[in-house]
Design a protein around this ligand. Structure first.
Ligand SMILES: Nc1ncnc2c1ncn2[C@@H]1O[C@H](COP(=O)(O)OP(=O)(O)O)[C@@H](O)[C@H]1O
Ligand SMILES: [Mg+2]
Length: 372
């Protein structure tokens, strides 16, 4: 799939622009603070309905304005669809071919995006929450059902935690009600655990070869850490989990919080037996993230039979030249790629020839050249 064009109205530092992209490689260059990341952010918003940065929707609206709109035309095989995201202070409206879509899960599986930014180092170094968000975003794009189950799980979790808080306050518990809540929660947790485990297994099919290809190091792998020690494929898994929950009941009441579940999951990244979070060099960590992103492309190709759109935000300055060239081998005209950089000279001429080139200056975008 590829994004043919986007139109932004009142998005960050853009008042109104239209950009037509090449279906292969696009390079956007410009000085700092001109709007390069903002442009990629608008594309991410168009596909996934929120920003890749951890911010409130309101900050996306151009200062002094009351709404924003991002529109785009997406091509998939011979089909062409119009997507639109509108945001104002009170609401967000999603449109697909000019019809309003009420369920986010129905909207986000249309346009698949993989983004790679310098902040992604947080995937390795940051808190488990960052890694769970990664799992959630990617799985929601792959399976719209995942998003539905995750939402149901989060609603139940909230209700259960509220109830625990009440029990702690009032020293009174309705055991029947509490058991039913736990049982529903565990049902959803098992579905999420299974989907996450399968997803991590898929990563491990690709990531070792990709890491080796870029870095020459062997034995890179990802480990899925569930917060509860159970074999998810055990036919009796629900009962085992319920038992473990029961053992922690008093503690849960004391803490007013649910101790086990996908909301406490984590991922670990290993090079041989070295946990990269604690013992990896910055370079190793960066390349681990890159490997993750490139593996995702393969997962989308294989399991969704679609090629996602790749957004690379200013990543070249941080990677050595030889590794950069290895990376560029993965980027070819079969996958639409939108790259931003402050320094177009760091990119190989051969690569530039294959790209459509743009320059951004204070929220204005200018086409410099088409693909040669
Ligand atoms: N809501 C907003 N309204 C107007 N300008 C904004 C808004 N949010 C961010 N900006 C401006 O966008 C610029 C940063 O754009 P960004 O895309 O991050 O730059 P870069 O080209 O370095 O990636 C800054 O000048 C910032 O003030
Ligand atoms: Mg930037």
């Amino acid at each position: 799939m590829y994004l043919k064009n986007v139109e932004l109205v009142n998005f960050r530092n853009y008042k109104h622009i239209k950009v037509s992209f090449n279906k292969g490689i696009n390079i956007i260059y410009g000085k700092n603070a001109q709007g390069k990341t903002n442009l990629l952010e608008s594309i991410y918003l168009l596909g996934l309905t929120n920003s890749h940065r951890n911010i409130l929707d309101n900050s996306l609206i151009n200062n002094g304005n009351l709404f924003l709109k991002v529109k785009g035309n997406l091509k998939k095989d011979k089909i062409s669809n119009d997507l639109e995201v509108y945001i104002d202070e009170r609401k967000k409206v999603l449109k697909f071919d000019n019809s309003i879509i009420n369920k986010v899960s129905d909207y986000i599986s249309n346009m698949n995006i993989i983004i790679f930014t310098p902040d992604d180092l947080e995937l390795i170094k940051g808190s488990p929450q960052v890694r769970r968000k990664f799992l959630n975003v990617e799985l929601s794009q792959l399976y719209s059902n995942y998003y539905v189950v995750l939402n149901e799980y989060e609603k139940l979790l909230k209700i259960r935690n509220e109830y625990l808080k009440n029990v702690y306050k009032n020293h009174k518990i309705d055991d029947n009600y509490f058991d039913i809540l736990t049982s529903y929660l565990v049902d959803k947790a098992i579905i999420i655990y299974k989907m996450r485990q399968k997803f991590v297994d898929k990563f491990n099919l690709f990531c070792q070869d990709i890491y080796k290809d870029i870095t020459n190091y062997d034995n890179f792998r990802i480990v899925y850490k569930k917060s509860i020690d159970v074999d998810i494929n055990d036919s009796n898994v629900k009962n085992i989990m319920l038992l473990k929950f029961r053992e922690k009941k008093d503690l849960e009441i004391k803490l007013s919080s649910t101790i086990y579940g996908p909301h406490r999951d984590d991922l670990e990244f290993y090079l041989n037996d070295i946990n990269l979070k604690f013992y990896g060099s910055q370079g190793q960590q960066r390349l681990a993230v890159l490997t993750l992103k490139l593996s995702e492309i393969e997962i989308f190709k294989k399991y969704k039979e679609s090629v996602p759109i790749l957004l690379l935000d200013d990543i070249f300055s941080e990677i050595d030249k030889d590794k950069r060239d290895n990376l560029l081998k993965y980027i070819n005209k079969d996958i639409q790629t939108i790259i931003t950089t402050t320094d177009v000279d760091t990119i190989d001429d051969k690569f530039i020839k294959k790209a459509k080139l743009f320059q951004i200056d204070s929220g204005k975008i200018k086409k410099i050249k088409e693909v040669i």
